[in-house]
Write a protein that binds this ligand. Sequence first.
Ligand code: GDP
Ligand code: FO1
Length: 325
Amino acid sequence: MWKEAQINIFYLYLAARSTMITVLAGGTGSAKFVRGLSKIVPTDEITIISNVGDNVELLGLYICPDIDTIMYLFAGLLDQRRGWGVANDTFKALNMLREYGFETWFKLGDKDLATHIQRTFLLKQGKTLSEVTEVLCRSLGVRAKIIPSSNSKIETKILTRKGKIHFQEFWVKRKAKDRVLAVIYEGIEQAEPSPGVIESILEADKIFFSPANPVTSIGPIINVPGVKNALIETKATVVAITPIIGKAPVSGPAGKLMKGLGYDVSPLGVAQIYSDLIDVFVLDTVDARLKSKIEQLGIKCIATSTLMANLVDEKRLAREILEHI
Ligand code: GDP
Ligand code: FO1
C-alpha cells in the first residue's frame, strides 16, 4: 500500500516537473530551430548555451553576434530574413562613422549598436558576460535563459596563407575567399564554462546541438574545458541536427571550414565530429542512405526533412524530433 502510494507520488512528480531542454547554439541556423522549439515548449524550460567564439571588438564595442541573434529572436526583434541584427534597423550611425574614416564592413544597425553600447558599458563596470547577458535579456523581456558558453575571452581565428584572421574578418570582410589551413579557438585552453553551463547539461532532460556550423559555432562550445565531460556524463538524450544537406551547408561557410580541416562535407562528416557526445543524429531525408553508416558510429539516426524555410517547417522539425526521442 505504502509502496504503491510512493510510486504514484513519483509519477505525479514526473508529470508535474517541467522538461528541461538545453540547446547548444550559434546564430542563424540555430535561431530557426530554436524559434520552432519555442513555439511548442514553454520558453522558460529552454536554456541556450551560446557560442562566444564569434565575438568581436569593433569601434571600441564588444559584439556578441550569436548571443544577440538568440536574444533578438526571443525578444521578437530578430531580422528573420538575414538571421542576424534587428528587423527594420537603420544604418545612420554607421554611415556617419564611415565619414569619420572608420571601417564599416560589419553592418551594425542603429538599434543593434545600442545593445553593444550597453553591453560594453556594463562589461567596463566589471560585470561578467553572463551577468551582462542577463541584464540585456531582462531589459528586452526575454524569459528563456541565454548563457554564454564562457565568460573567458575565446576568439575563433582562421589560419590562411595570409596569416591568422578573426572569423568575422574571414567570413564577413573577406567573404570566405581564403583557403582554410587551420581553425584556432584562441583562449579556450584557459577558459572556464560560465556559471550554469555544466549544470544545464547535467540537469537537462534533452540536449540539442542545433543545426549550426560544427566548426565555428558548436566547436568553440564543446571544447570549453569540462563541457565534453558533462555531455558524456549527462543522463539527457543528446540530439544533433545536421547543418549539411547533401554535400553542402544550407548557408554559411561550414563546408569550406570542414573541408579545410579534412572532414567530409556531409551529414556523416558532422556525425563523426559529434560521435562521442551524441545519442541521436537527425539527417535530411535526401541523405537517408547514410543512416546505416552513421548508426555504425553507435548513434541512433532519424531521417526527416530538415530544411526550415518558414515557421511551419521550424515547428514541424522540432515537434517531430521531440516525438521521436
Ligand atoms: P551562424 O553562427 O550564423 O553560422 O549560425 P549557426 O552556426 O547557428 O548556423 C549555421 C548553420 O546552420 C549552417 O551550417 C547552415 O547550413 C545551417 N542551417 C541554416 N539553415 C538551415 C536549415 O534550414 N536546415 C538545416 N538543416 N540547417 C540549416
Ligand atoms: N553577417 C554578415 O554576413 N555581414 C554583416 O555585416 C554582419 C553584421 C552583423 C552585425 C551584428 C551581428 O550580431 C551579426 C552580424 N552578422 C553579419 C552575422 C555574423 O557575422 C555571423 O552570421 C555570425 O557571427 C556567425 O554566427
